[in-house]
Design a protein around this ligand. Structure first.
Ligand code: SAM
Ligand code: FES
Length: 345
């Protein structure tokens, strides 16, 4: 089985059958070997540097009803909020002073933020912080909207594909959402010139080894600049409340595989990984990840952006989160750097 890891390390790709074997026949020893190789590739490309992104969760209104998501529109327990442009800029100011040079604007699909409003927000951030990158993560929009945001100064876009298997996609979403549309958005974003991120939840309900293999093949085909993967974690007020969470073990294993498929990819050790295990983010870095995304949202709204139960860092100030992250990374021999943290190519 180590030969398969070596083959992936050399060629950055495997056949369907080989990926399946690599996942199904995994054991602790093989995982350690895989992590070693993934770390080696990560260090070759990015040294021991950790890129940080300041996550600003600016709205929890959403028109979608994804079965897994805590802020889905049918969850009437959620107290909804929107940040004003001034509040977003204030979060950027706090972040800038803490050393952040990338701001990620994330939210539900909220029609209140029309193209004009988004353009105004993007341009304001860009003119105040010309040395910073803006990442958007606001779901599916038209080609024209994506283009307008890009022209206004947004350079990166995160849109997890969630699963590359159409049937699996249907089991996670209501019928008005479909995988083709989601994939088309990713291709549109790439075409416009964005640095694009796709991704999945590991252990989402009805996920199989076969669907994971399809995810890996899709990731290879799309060649994104970033891949966001974290475990699925149930939220008590969703249809998936009683489903099992994904495991840290499989998440780390997939992080390492993705590092070998795309050696220079930007790979976050996600908040969800830190939620299922106290050392999840550190272990993510040691499995080949090179990015962390501390929360910059104002403290008073953090409890309201509960995508899943027990999400971490919802009671902290941005400065505390940032300090905590630096310490955690230093403890495992890595350094948080003040940098936009662009993709190597
Ligand atoms: N609305 C945007 C979108 O759909 O891309 C961005 C916000 S959405 C909340 C961001 C990501 O959170 C989703 O792509 C999904 O993978 C993740 N997520 C949602 N619910 C989750 C859960 N219960 N466990 C783990 N991750 C979850
Ligand atoms: Fe829209 Fe989760 S259902 S952000």
């Amino acid at each position: 089985m180590k030969a398969l890891v070596d083959k992936l390390y050399e060629n950055h790709t495997l056949s369907k059958g080989e990926y399946k074997e690599l996942i199904d026949k995994r054991n602790t020893e093989l995982a350690e070997y895989l992590f070693e190789k993934a770390r080696e590739v990560r260090i070759d490309n990015y040294g021991h540097q950790i890129y940080i992104r300041g996550l600003i969760e600016f709205t929890n209104y959403c028109r979608n009803d994804c079965f897994y998501c805590g802020i889905r529109k049918s969850n009437h327990q959620v107290e909804r909020y929107r940040l004003t442009k001034e509040e977003i800029l204030q979060s950027c100011l706090v972040g800038y002073r803490l050393g952040f040079r990338t701001f990620v604007l994330q939210g539900g699909e909220d029609g209140y933020y029309t193209d004009d409003k988004m353009i105004d927000i993007i341009q304001s951030i860009k003119s105040n912080y010309p040395d910073c990158a803006i990442t958007l993560s606001i779901g599916e929009r038209s080609y024209e909207s994506y283009k307008a945001f890009y022209d206004a100064g947004a350079e990166r876009y995160l849109l997890r594909h969630e699963t590359a298997n159409p049937k699996h996609y249907e089991s996670l979403h209501p019928t008005n959402m479909n995988l083709d549309k989601r994939k088309q958005c990713l291709y549109n974003l790439k075409d416009i010139g964005y640095q694009v991120g796709c991704g999945i939840m590991v252990g989402s309900p009805y996920q199989t080894t076969d669907s994971l293999v399809e995810d890996l093949l899709f990731i290879k085909e799309l060649e994104p600049h970033m891949v966001g993967i974290g475990p699925f974690i149930p939220h008590q007020s969703t249809p998936f409340a009683k489903k099992e969470a994904g495991t840290m073990e499989l998440t780390l294993y997939l992080v390492a595989i993705i590092r070998l498929i795309l050696p220079t990819v930007l790979l976050p050790a996600t908040t969800a990984l830190g939620t299922i295990h106290p050392k999840g983010r550190e272990l993510g870095i040691l499995a080949g990840a090179n990015v962390v995304m501390p929360n910059l949202s104002p403290k008073n709204v953090r409890q309201k952006y509960m995508l899943y139960d027990n999400k971490i860092c919802t009671g902290d100030e941005a400065a505390e989160c940032s300090k905590c992250m630096k310490k955690r990374m230093e403890a495992i021999g890595y350094q948080v750097v003040i940098s936009r943290g662009d993709h190597k190519n």
